[in-house]
Design a protein. Structure first.
Length: 451
């Protein structure tokens, strides 16, 4: 297990707590230090030195709440003056572990790729597999796939070239680029992605899906949890793998005197104005939430939701807000089930599955039809029971019918459906939702917290 894997598992917010956690991290770090190449990053280097030499490390900075250095003005003015150890101390992030994560990222980058996806998306064509993953699935996926890749490479004459990254970091970069891609040769053989992204947009549909450029590798029978919501692609091009389930979390003692919540629609009531937190940032709010609200309640529902939302943050920040016990936090949180299960203050909260169901944000795979035999071992692994169970145990239920999904809240699921996705210009709808959402979000006092 990588030191970064243990670090993330022990504490997703980057803060080390408890003697047992420190012991685990220390052992992992010692193992990493014995195996790793000479370190290229140390705590006394400036932020500017690090990010100008290794811009792809911005993903790690974002993951631990240091995304503000993505702003060029801040990086150029403050970056040369600020040593890495200073913001780490201010954020309570264990500096030894964070430096180890950065150095391991450099090592992996130099071994597996010579480009960054955000800066050179056109070079994705050099990859056999690209995976853009939900935050909670990234760590177990990476651990399992790297073990698979090591075994795969031992049998093959050439190394498997792949890139595994967090989906959220590319909402405004990579996916915008995908809208301009016109040739299958510009894409990797296998793409795993999450959410309703640009692969569902009109340009991609017209250039590739209408030409039947991909093949669905799902077996005829899928898991009953997903069969009943019609999750498999009727056109047999997307291979559905799993789902990031979105639920509602309430801080119960802060809702006294408020209406009871039975439906997602209840969040749109005037009584809940400025009472909800969801995934969002300065230019983007989660389409995995907005599109289902649109299909359920129309554009009026998006406007009412905007009035209800107080702020947008990463789900890990929601967990911190809830566990802080502070009286000025919001009472309601739309968040992935994975993160809801991380909340420590369980005596204060309820996890709600509204009557429509937990919202299904899909995790899907695209496999080029002409490459399917070449990548068969890879796709068999990703579609297999062992990998499916790994996902399910991490609260991402699997479509594999042999997998036990009991760890997740699959009794009621809401999927927006293939009919909606294929009948509509999804990119156009997203843009209209974005305009309306931000208009009313800003008008009612909503604000996006700094990273």
């Amino acid at each position: 297990m990588l030191a970064s894997d243990v670090f993330l598992a022990a504490n997703e917010t980057g803060r080390v707590r408890g003697c047992e956690g420190i012991d685990v991290l220390q052992r992992a770090y010692e193992e990493y230090r014995m195996e790793a190449s000479p370190a290229k990053i140390d705590e006394n280097m400036t932020i500017y030195e690090i990010l100008t030499a290794h811009p792809y490390l911005m993903d790690s900075f974002k993951e631990y709440g240091l995304g503000k250095f993505e702003q060029p003005e801040l990086l150029e003015k403050l970056g040369p003056l600020l040593k890495l150890k200073t913001p780490l101390a201010a954020m309570g992030i264990n500096k030894t572990m964070f430096v180890a994560i950065l150095n391991k990222s450099i090592e992996k980058y130099e071994q597996n790729s010579d480009f960054t996806l955000s800066q050179n998306p056109e070079r994705q064509k050099d990859l056999t597999l690209l995976a853009l993953l939900p935050c909670g699935l990234k760590m177990p996926f990476t651990r399992a796939f790297e073990a698979f890749a090591a075994e795969y490479n031992a049998k093959k004459k050439h190394a498997l070239k792949y890139l595994l990254e967090g989906n959220v970091n590319h909402e405004l970069s990579y996916y915008a680029y995908i809208d301009s891609v016109e040739s299958l040769d510009e894409l990797p053989d296998v793409i795993v992605s999450s959410d309703i992204n640009s692969f569902f947009h009109k340009p991609f549909r017209e250039h590739f899906l209408a030409q039947e450029g991909f093949v669905d590798l799902l077996p005829h029978h899928i898991h009953r949890d997903f069969e009943r919501i019609g999750f498999d692609d009727t056109d047999r091009q997307f291979t559905m793998l799993s789902a990031n389930l979105i639920v509602l979390v309430s801080i119960d003692d802060m809702l006294e005197g408020k209406p009871k919540i039975a439906s997602w629609k209840d969040l749109l009531r005037p009584e809940f104005q400025n009472s909800v937190v969801m995934r969002g940032q300065e230019e983007f709010f989660c389409n995995g939430v907005l599109l289902p609200f649109y299909t359920l309640f129309g554009m009026d529902g998006i406007i009412d939701l905007a009035r209800s939302v107080r702020t947008g943050v990463h789900p890990s920040e929601m967990v911190k807000m809830i566990d802080s016990g502070k009286p000025d936090v919001a009472p309601l949180y739309i968040m992935p089930y994975f993160f809801a299960k991380k909340i420590k203050a369980k005596n204060r909260i309820s996890i709600h599955i509204p009557k429509e169901g937990a919202i299904v944000s899909p995790v899907q795979m695209l496999v080029k039809k002409d490459s399917q035999e070449k990548v068969r071992e890879i796709t068999d692994f990703l579609c297999g029971e062992k990998f499916g169970q790994l996902c399910a145990d991490a609260y991402f239920p699997s479509v594999n019918e042999q997998v036990n999904n009991s760890a997740s809240c699959t009794e009621r699921l809401y999927w927006i459906g293939w009919d909606f996705l294929k009948r509509n210009d999804i990119g156009k709808i997203k843009k209209a939702m974005e305009i309306n959402f931000f208009k009313y979000f800003n008008a009612t006092g909503g604000c996006v917290c700094d990273s």
